[in-house]
Ligand binder design. Sequence first.
Ligand SMILES: Nc1ncnc2c1ncn2[C@@H]1O[C@H](COP(=O)(O)OP(=O)(O)OP(=O)(O)O)[C@@H](O)[C@H]1O
Ligand SMILES: [Mg+2]
Length: 350
Amino acid sequence: MDSTDRTKVAILGAGRGGCALIDLLHHIPSIEIVGMADHDSAAPGLQHARDLGISVTTDVPDLISNHGVSLILDVTGDPEMETYLHAHKPPAADILGGSASHLLWTLIHHESKLEAELLQAEKLAGIGSFAAGIAHDINNPLQLILGLAENLAEERDLDAVHEQARDIIEAVKRTSAICRDLTRYSRRASPHEDVPVSVNGKLDEALKIARYASSFHDIEMIKQYQPGAAVKGNPDELLHVLVNLITNAVHAMEKRGGTLTLETTVHDGQTNIRISDTGSGIAPDKIPEIFEPFFTTKSPGKGTGLGLYNVKTIVDKMHGAISVDSRIDRGTTFTLRFPNVQPSAQGSTS
Ligand SMILES: Nc1ncnc2c1ncn2[C@@H]1O[C@H](COP(=O)(O)OP(=O)(O)OP(=O)(O)O)[C@@H](O)[C@H]1O
Ligand SMILES: [Mg+2]
């Protein structure tokens, strides 16, 4: 988004109201928070704003007159501030006072709760299609355990007993790893603050999950990962994005097989993630529609058409961009671009 299109917002008051507004507004790409002011330099919201890279000041006149502010949110609760603002605000700026700001907060909060519900609903609908993959992957170790246990019942040689017991333990561990991956994926995205997430690790995790949802039969995999590729965001949500894009790519190659390429690159302060397939491609006139909610070319009952809509919602929230390049019968590449961040000190991530 062009920075001139963004609504420039100043927040006055760094108490609980100011903190809550910052938390909600800084995720919205169409809003730029130009600064937060409070007379009290120790107000809790000021530190919170600094942590999010938002400039803070105790100088209200400077903030409202010198930064092209178009909306002033006054949550100071100070009647004198209201009078001051009406006398001194730049002519083009609007003021929202305490109760109007609170209403704005309630509406945005409500919307982000609905968005989270939609993400979860789409994820759970997708998990329905995992059933066959999970049943297959759990059945294999179970059959092995059954065979080993039948042998054990007859076995007299103690060394052989020990060896088979070890094989059983390995098979049980494999089965529980499958259950652990899926329960982690199906849980609601945890609401923690944005953190640095190592992209290469998340791509591998997404690949494991996507394998349950779709058959990778006749699909060749190419991974080209640049070490250190990291973005800032919610790890559960990034996983959701990658699972959706990989699943779509695999579905597009369902009929004839093909090559799935996962690539990460870091340059010019940007982390790029590229997911390419050599599948059916998307007709040029359909490309503008694929990010719309409920757009699907799958047969009824097969897809929700919410996958790419949710992908776009999350990418926007992470201040990233998504683009698509596709040719009918040749394949499709989805490219995600994010500001690069340093992986966290522990080698990153959640
Ligand atoms: N890699 C791709 N290759 C070809 N077409 C694609 C690709 N990714 C998306 N599409 C097209 O975009 C449509 C919308 O994708 P989206 O992920 O939003 O929903 P869906 O995959 O149809 O349903 P769901 O995600 O619920 O399974 C798909 O139905 C398909 O027509
Ligand atoms: Mg999809």
